[in-house]
Design a protein around this ligand. Structure first.
Ligand SMILES: [Zn+2]
Length: 231
């Protein structure tokens, strides 16, 4: 029992950590690219910082809004499924018992025992048994829109804070390089954390994320420099 309990906690933590790493990754790479692009076009440190702050706020808002909408529609589906299940349990308990029995049979339990298990579970909490074993819903995996939105906004802002702080502290004229290097180091650290959490090898995913981060930074720096020259 103890081992099962521990394992489920590990799975929860990995899901949470992966989402946090992804959010921070987004904030880091998009704000760094934005700052590098603007810094390549202009040396004015005020403009660079305004762009960085705007990027942080806009990115955090759009992440939160996107996450809220997508998780809300998932929550709506879950609510509708649960309402239908409640209605069916109230109106046709016999059919529901047969349904749950069939589910346990499919999982390899013999027909008689499956019927017994279904009966006993439905005596204890029929709705919970159906929500979990038929719909695959439990309090741990239920969609939580507000929590998801807040998490995305906070993790994005955390990732975005690094290049912003570096841009604030770097002497003018060195912002492009300082932010690029800080971003790549940050991406490498996040990549390693994400790979560890996922139980994968560290090097391949880390090298991949750093490589694409460098590509993003180089392209926005190039475009920023071109636009800066043209304007
Ligand atoms: Zn059911």
């Amino acid at each position: 029992m103890r081992a099962v309990h521990k394992e489920s906690h590990l799975i929860e933590r990995i899901g949470w950590l992966r989402a946090a790493v992804l959010g921070a990754n987004d904030g880091l790479i998009s704000t760094s690219s934005l700052i590098v692009g603007v810094a390549a076009a202009t040396a004015a440190s005020q403009e660079i910082l305004v762009a960085g702050v705007a990027g942080l706020v806009a990115g955090a808002m759009s992440m939160a809004a996107g996450e809220y909408v997508s998780v809300s529609s998932q929550a709506d589906t879950e609510q509708a499924d649960m309402a239908r299940e409640r209605h069916e349990l109230a109106t046709q308990p016999e059919a529901e018992l047969a349904e749950l029995t069939a589910i346990y049979e499919q999982r390899g339990v013999s027909p008689d025992l499956a019927r017994q298990v279904a009966e006993q579970m439905m005596v204890k909490d029929a709705f919970e048994a159906h929500a979990r074993d038929e719909l695959g819903l439990s309090s741990q995996v239920m969609a939580r829109p507000v929590q998801a939105a807040l998490t995305s906004a906070v993790t994005f802002a955390t990732g975005a804070a690094l290049p912003l702080a570096v841009a604030l502290l770097a002497p003018s004229g060195t912002v492009v390089w300082a932010v690029s290097v800080a971003c790549l180091i940050g991406l490498a650290v996040l990549g390693a954390i994400g790979a560890r959490a996922g139980g994968a090898g560290i090097w391949k995913p880390t090298v991949r994320v750093v490589f694409w981060g460098a590509v993003a930074m180089a392209s926005t720096a190039a475009i920023g420099a071109l636009v800066g020259r043209a304007v």
